[in-house]
Structure formats: structure tokens, C-alpha cells
Design a protein around this ligand. Sequence first.
Ligand SMILES: [Fe+2]
Ligand SMILES: [Fe+2]
Length: 244
Amino acid sequence: MDYSNAVPVTREIYWVGFYDEAARLHCNPYLLVDEQDVVFIDPGSIPHFPVIMRKVMEVVNPEQITYVIAQHQDPDVCGNLAVVEDVINRHDLQIVAHSNCIRLLRHLGLRSAFYATDAHDDRLILKSGRELQFLFTPFLHSPGAITTYDVKSKSLFTSDIFAAMSVDWALFPSGDFLTPMDLFHQTYMPSNRILRHCMERFERMDLERILPQHGSVLEGDHITQAIAHLKALPCGIDLVEEGV
Ligand SMILES: [Fe+2]
Ligand SMILES: [Fe+2]
């Protein structure tokens, strides 16, 4: 697959990430293009900014972007927010995040307004009536982490949950896509108990696809396999020996 340009995942969802062949950790910013709104999800880091913004511009005029969702505050997720908002250059741009995340994002010195998901019934209704629902996933791995569910396309953007690391990365996985998830979750997720609880919530959802911020897009059987895999994965404190 050619990753040098934006990659459509659906007719309305685009991957606009940077494929660094030497890296084990690839970041996946996404654009959701609706009738009158464009939503930019986990826009990425400063070093990736030139490539990401070039790919955004292949799909839309940046001034069409009305919302940027920061699903948590890590530098790889949204370290480029200050330059992204400058390029978007709209006075009515809103940065969507949980208030536990916004408290930290304020230190980036942004000029756009914040849209706190927890102050808006965990949802955002676009001008077309399209509904985005936010699931608060605290400690996976940030206290302000959210995931975003696009009701229309049944797509769940999960940020670091379902993240994977590997040198032979592919946006749509063909081989073993479960093992590459292990090290990331073992390292960054706090415990199996918290991760399993989240997987049980995802199991009850009507999902067509999962779009994580690292690793691969999961569709069909891959979704149930990944949920079952992470439900059983010890991570974080589970792997720390007593007394350490
Ligand atoms: Fe993160
Ligand atoms: Fe990340």
C-alpha cells in the first residue's frame, strides 16, 4: 500500500499519518469528513506535522476543520495542536477533550475554545445531525483518556487502546496483528483489571471498525479477536513483582 498520501479507510474517514519505515511506533491521525464539518482526530506530533498537514490538504482545505479531538494529551497524540490551530485559522474552532485532559492541554497555550466532552453529555452533534459519542476510558492510559464512536459509520477511534508496535506495520493487517499489541499494552496500560473492564464495554457495542492511534485498523473478526486478546493480557502493575 502507498502510504505517501492520505489513505481512505471509508468514503468519509481518512488516515493522514506519517509512515516512518524505521520506526516501531507509527502514529495514526484521522480525518472524519462530514457534510458541513470536518473533524481531525489525534492530530499528532510536531516532527510529523509537515507530512500530516500535507495529507490533510489532499483531502480538505484546513479551514474546513471545525473540531479537533484530542483523545488524551500525549505529545504523539496532539503535541502539534498550537501549529494545527494556526493553519486551520478559524475563530470558531473547538478542541474536544475530557476536562481531565483539558486541564493539561491549557499548558500548550492554545487560543481555540475547548469543548469538554464530560460537560456535554459525552457527545457532539455535528451540523448534519451526525452524532459522535465519547466513552471515558480513564487510566487507559491517561486519567483524561476518551474514545470516540461515530454512530453513523459504527467506527470507534480508540487512541492508545489497541495500539500496536512493529517494524512491519500495515494500516490494514494481514498477518499476526495481536502479538504486536502486547508490548505496548504491557508497558503503558496500568492493569488487566482496568483494561478488561474497558473491553467488556466495547464488547457490547455495535462496531464495524476500530481505529487506534498506533498499529492497524481492525475490522470484522479482528475486532472480536483483539478484544478477547486484550481481556486476557496481564499488563502494568500485574507484571511488577511484589516489593518493587
Ligand atoms: Fe498515549
Ligand atoms: Fe499514543
